[in-house]
Every structure is written in C-alpha cells, then in structure tokens.
Design a protein around this ligand. Sequence first.
Ligand code: IDC
Length: 532
Amino acid sequence: MRRLVRLLTAVLLCSLFLSASASAAFPDVPSQSWYAEAVSQMAATGLLSGGSDGRFRPDATISAAEFISIAARSAGLSPKRGQAAHWASGWAQAALEVGWYDWDELPPTGERFNEPIPRQLAVKILMRALLPEARGDYLTESQKISDFSLLNGRYYDSVLAAYASGVVSGDANGCFRPLGSLSRAEASVLVYTALQKTQGGAAMVSSTATRPVTAPQPSATPLKPSQPAVSHSGGVRENGWLQVCGTQLCNASGEPVVLRGMSTHGLQWYGNFANTQSIRNLSSFGANLFRVAMYTGENGYLSQPDAMRQQAMNAIDAAIAEDLYVILDWHILSDGNPMSHVEEAAVFFSEMARRYQDCPAVIYEICNEPNGNTSWSGDVKPYAERIVSCIRAQSPQAVILIGSPTWSQDIHLAAADPVAGENLMYTLHFYAGAHGAELRERIDKALANGLPVFVSEWGTSRADGSGGVFLEQAGEWLDFLRVRGISWANWSLCDKAETSAALKPGTPTDRAWTQADLSASGQFVFSRFRDG
Ligand code: IDC
C-alpha cells in the first residue's frame, strides 16, 4: 500500500510540476501571496478546488472533510464506494481503513466532518498519507516547539516527524498550536510542502539528515500565520488578567483568548445603550467584550469632563458586573492629533487606572483614531509613551491598546518602531465597505514582525458609518480575524438610523432583545460573537 501511495504520488507530482504554467487562477488568491504557488499548483492537477463561485476562500477555515479529501487525493487513495452520507464519506472511510486516523478522532458517521480539523490531526493524517516513514528525534524536535506541552501524546510521532522533515516549522512564536485550526491557504501549503518532500522517494529523513530536494521550496513558513490553540471566549471570571504572549492575547494561564463584542456609539449621544440591560443582552448573544467610546471632541469629555467621566465609569462598572471585558476608549476623532490634549489624557488615564487597578476586566484604549496631520514617530508614539507610563504607574499589567495615524490603519509604522513595554497591543480599524485585502495584508506583515494587533473598532458599513451593509466583505474580514485569533469590537451598539448601528431605530434598552430588534448589521455581527 505504501509503495502504491508513493508511486502514485510521484506520478502526480510529475504532472504537478509540468502543468504549473496552466495553473488555475482564483480571483481571491493574489499571485504574490505566500500560498499562491501551492494553491495554483495543486488546483492545476485537481488535488484541490475552489467553490462554485470560482473563489478559493484562502482565509476560510478548512474542515476535516476538505482536508481529508485533499490528503487522500494527494496520496492517490481512492474513495470507498457506497458511502453516501456526506460528500466526503468515501474519502474518510478509505483513510480510516488504511489507518491514517482512528475512529474516535473523526467518527465515520460524519457529524464532525464539517468542523475545523485540529492541526495535530491534520499533520498526523498528512504524515501517514505522504511520509509514513519519516521520523523525528524526540529531544531535538520537541525543543523547536514552544507549546509542546499542549500536544497530545498520540500525535508526538507524526508532529515530530513533520518538524524533522521540514513539513512544519511553527509560527513566528515557535508555536505549533495543536488544537488550532488551519485556513485553506495554510492547509494547501502544508500538503504541498509534504508532497514536495515525497518526490523521488527521497523524503525519509531524520532530524539531522540532509535531503536532496529537487522541487521548488515555498518561501514562506508553512503554518504562518497561525491560529490560537484554543479560542477561549469566556468572560473575566473564567480568564482573569489578560496578557500578551508574542502577538496573541492570552488569559491569565497563558492560553490564547479571543474577545468579541460591541462598541458603544458616542456616550454623549447614545449612553442609554451602555446600561446594564443592554450589556446583559449583548452577553446573552455571546459577546465577552464591551467598548466604551468616550468622545473627546464633539461635545464629549473636553466639553463636559465630569459628566463624561461619570458616564464612562457607570458603563465600565455595568460591564464588569456582567463579567465582560471592557475597553475604555479615549475617542479622539475631530481632534485628530492625540498630542493636542495629552495633558487631559494623562490626568484622565492616571485617575481611571488607579480606580480600576485591581480590576482585570479593564483594557485601556488611549487614542481611538489619530488622523490629519499626525505622525507616528513625532506624535502618536510619544503620546503613547507618556500615557502608557501614566497607566503603568497605577496598573502594572492591564492591556493597553495603541492607535496609529490614518484612523488607526498605519500599524506598519508602529511595527517598524513599537512602543517599549509589556501587554501593549496596536489597534487596526476597518470598515467593510471601504477597506479590504490591502489592510489585511498589513495585519499579516505586522504580525510577522511581532506586533500584537487588536481590531477595537470595525463596521459593516462604509467608513462614514452609512451605506451597505457589506456583509460579504465583512464575512471575509471576520474569517481572516478568526484564523489569526484577533479580537474585535463592532461599531456600534445604538439605534441610530445609520447602517452600522446594530439595533433598529426605537429599540428599547429596558428589556431583552430578539432578532427582530437587530438591524441587518446587528443580525450578522451578533451571530459571530461566539465562533467568530
Ligand atoms: C461615526 C458615527 C456617526 C457620527 C460620526 C461623527 O457612526 O453617527 O456622526 O461618527 O461623530 C470611525 C470613528 C467613529 C465613527 C465611525 C463611522 O471611530 O466615531 O462613528 N468611524 O464613521 N472611524 C472610522 C469610521
């Protein structure tokens, strides 16, 4: 059987490399992307395909069924006949019978076929399918995996062999993230890399052997960017003090955590939606994050500091009581340069950080969206250094979110010159009707440079809060964020007659909300709190 698999693989590979120029082009696979080669080569030989709309959906999470069918095709395994329960039943049954995985890992009855395949299982199936004789030395290889303790022992052999043979090399933090999922792009690169290692039967490696590799090597790290091992999405009681590990937000135990929820609109206008009942409603739909947008301009804090401070504290206290994490947002907007009111900000954050110093729920967002004639190195960074030190004097470990010029889109500037300190993250804001692949690419580059990213505001509308809604584009964004374990807050929790508002005009704040209360945007966003 193994011989047969290898023979078939070799035959497939020949056609694979010969037909490279005739590769299938997907409109959503940029030719310069790190996965373009893998996707186009494998699509060209029928090892994988896109959706009926012709798109590949590189950021979508790959399901167990999709992964097994690709691995099986790549290894030349034929689907078992007469298995009609699910389109992938024949592939899954055949793979089960040749021992690529065990019954309990993926019951052939199919109820978990459409779920994401955990990375550890994907690697086991792949190694058994394509490189069954590869081995890795325990001591050498386990040292390369910084989250090795999360790996279930039944996957040791396959994962260590995958590291030893160069099929997997971990993410920027050296993590394998065994329970995390894979995007379709990552899975394609993973299988493609393994296929290359099989060529000519020269793939049987040890951790020290040098291998003849005749096929072109993909230039990017196979499992990059990666996904958190576990997406804890519980509240503050469950997760405690947050911390930033590498680029990932983690809970007090160091496990990856993802926060998802809503931002208020301006407290000075829609503060009624920051009451206990509204926050409870949000939580009942699965949110674990609430953002308190305290405008500075536009009749906000700078005009009425005592009233706005009190309103912000009431909102924070209500969120804490409901067990949500809560972002205190210094919502600069018309006052584009945070330096214009750095003194006021220093006083405000010193006071708030003292008040909430024992409270793990509170996250500080120190400048919503710098804009206008504002630079990173001359304005936002020095502002951030000043305010971070004010907060740190009171609250040594709370997570602090830092904006950037161009309405918190210039994270590349922050990545090149970050603020010193622990538990700092950088905000990226997007509106689905205005921003797309270019900003997402910026996120990936920033992550690759080690910059922790938090999407503390995004909308389903155009950037002015109206138009659309652009749910398809918003879906692409959320898939992208989920795969990367990035937390988010949507704009906004109010009933204003603008498309970005989550509630229909006239929605009351003194009772539970039903689907009928939610706007088109609200219905979409609220359905994504739990699973992204
Ligand atoms: C918008 C509100 C809109 C209000 C306007 C000015 O949706 O009702 O009239 O602010 O106060 C942001 C800002 C956020 C904006 C939002 C949509 O952070 O305050 O809210 N947006 O324009 N950045 C990009 C978009």
